[in-house]
Ligand binder design. Structure first.
Ligand code: GLU
Length: 368
């Protein structure tokens, strides 16, 4: 689906679009962006903006250098800068009669099903009230283990939860190139990626497109989430004025076309997890059974990696360590360690209590 045909659109803007190298706020650019959003609204689109900039604007206010900030300090700076960011956006968007609201997310807000449904409901209610939700990570709380860390993946998770048709990552490069465009003259912009796994197989992203806050790696990770959840993703250059209008009028960006997804909302949520807690390595017999729509039983599990609790997201790998499914595990990692290789009827005796018989139920599992 093209951007023009999309009903729900998530747009991510990075700090480098809001602030220039001399630490000046790019007000003119922001005004042009707000105008683009008004245009989308006039086209009856529902828009969510994922905006970075809390730390960058906090640093400007406090005259700090972002590079020297330790985590706890940057959390305080984000707390100061988030207000600056929202004031800036409120003021700019009011020029186009656009109302905005703020949503700050922490990793669990999207990774826990119940909380992700709450977030979805709030986004829906804001659409009804004709407010544009502005989302950022709750940097003041998040520490490294429980952080999205970059707004590219956060934006893709927001796109999945809101059932968006398109995610636009406005970056400081035109899109994904075959080589680093700053270093190689023959680097070519890849305009369309239709089969994420196949098309990108021969590209090495290290050094290819190092620009942008999260670099190209986090954008590819975001693309994977979108690919499986039925949302097209665009990487486009946001440095130009009216960057969204430019996407609507010109074909100078990379679009990742999503797989047509027949998955229901819950399964899309399972497959798009940002933080699977562990891995189950299974044998060929179990893989075959899973491919035939069966649940995963303890007998087919060879190994457990990682520490996780009952109900956590896990990856399911074959004997070559290739991930081919994801799911919610009905047992903790220490329980799986005890019961792996055993018949389901032996589980009660081994653990000493009654449990489910499937380790990952087919309703809680999605093949990649
Ligand atoms: N959440 C961070 C901020 O607002 C930015 C993270 C990112 O740019 O990826 O400053």
């Amino acid at each position: 689906m093209s951007l023009k045909d999309s009903k729900i659109i998530v747009i991510k803007i990075g700090s480098s679009l809001l602030v220039d190298n001399d630490r000046k706020i790019k007000r003119k650019w922001l005004l042009s962006f707000a105008k683009d959003i008004q245009k989308l609204k006039n086209m009856n689109k529902k828009v969510i903006i994922v905006s970075s900039g809390a730390i960058a604007l906090g640093c400007i206010k406090m005259n700090f250098n972002k590079k020297n900030l330790k985590l706890d300090k940057s959390q305080a700076i984000a707390s100061i800068g988030q207000i600056e960011l929202m004031n800036l956006l409120t003021e700019t968007f009011s020029n186009y009669n656009l109302n905005i609201s703020q949503i700050l997310l922490t990793l669990e807000d999207t990774e826990e099903r119940r909380r992700s449904l709450n977030a979805k409901r709030t986004l829906g209610n804001l659409f009804d009230l004709d407010f544009i939700p502005i989302v950022n990570e709750n940097d003041t709380i998040a520490t490294s283990e429980i952080k999205y860390g970059d707004n590219d993946r956060l934006a893709s998770r927001v796109a999945q939860i809101s059932n968006a048709d398109s995610l636009v990552l406005l970056s400081d490069v035109d899109g994904l190139f075959t080589k680093n465009p700053k270093l190689s003259k023959d680097a070519k912009l890849i305009k369309k990626v239709e089969n994420l796994n196949e098309d990108l197989k021969n590209l090495n992203f290290k050094g290819v497109n190092e620009l942008g806050s999260g670099g190209m790696n986090t954008k590819i990770e975001a693309a994977k989430i979108c690919y499986l959840s039925g949302c097209n993703m665009i990487i486009a250059n946001g440095l130009h004025f009216n960057p969204i209008d430019r996407i609507l009028k010109q074909n100078n960006y990379t679009i990742f076309v999503s797989k047509v997804s027949k998955l229901d909302a819950r399964k899309k949520w399972i497959i798009s997890s940002i933080s699977p807690k562990g891995e189950l390595i299974i044998d060929e017999g179990a893989k075959k059974a899973l491919k035939n729509g069966k649940s995963l039983l303890a007998a087919g599990i060879k190994k457990v990696n990682g520490k996780f609790n009952k109900g956590d997201h896990i990856k399911i790998l074959d004997k070559f360590n290739k991930e081919f499914a994801r799911g919610l595990c009905s047992f903790s990692s220490s329980e799986v360690e005890k019961i792996l290789g055993h018949q389901s009827k032996e589980i009660k005796k081994i653990l000493g209590y009654i449990t489910k018989s499937e380790v990952v139920h087919k309703d809680d599992m999605v093949e990649i």
